[in-house]
Design a protein around this ligand. Structure first.
Ligand code: FES
Length: 106
């Protein structure tokens, strides 16, 4: 049964930026956008690219390979050539710690 997993101290959440974390052998991309935190898979669904190496533009992460974009809130592809959504994960901040729900929302 899934349970919330500890990610990092809340004061290490990126500010309008993205970073990758590895938890139990799985990689997640963690985004901080306007004080909110989001989590997705790291790998682009279009090719072999790590979204944590891309550019965060508002709530959209732009892939570093072909500049496809995804909304980090829903995982939906918002700009081609990306068309398949990325998986998103729940996050919460409690007692100064960022937690992640390891089962995808979508
Ligand atoms: S590999 Fe990400 S858009 Fe092509």
């Amino acid at each position: 049964m899934a349970d919330w997993i500890k990610v990092m101290p809340a004061d290490e959440i990126p500010s309008d930026d993205v970073l990758a974390v590895t938890i139990d052998g799985r990689e997640f991309a963690i985004y901080g956008v306007e004080g909110e935190t989001f989590a997705t898979d790291v790998m682009c669904t279009h090719g072999d690219a790590r979204l944590c190496d891309g550019f965060l533009i508002g709530h959209e992460i732009e892939c570093p390979f072909h500049q496809g974009r995804f909304d980090v809130r829903s995982g939906q592809a918002t700009f081609g050539p990306a068309c398949e959504p990325i998986k998103t994960y729940g996050t919460k901040v409690k007692d100064g710690v960022l937690w992640l729900w390891p089962e995808a929302d979508n």
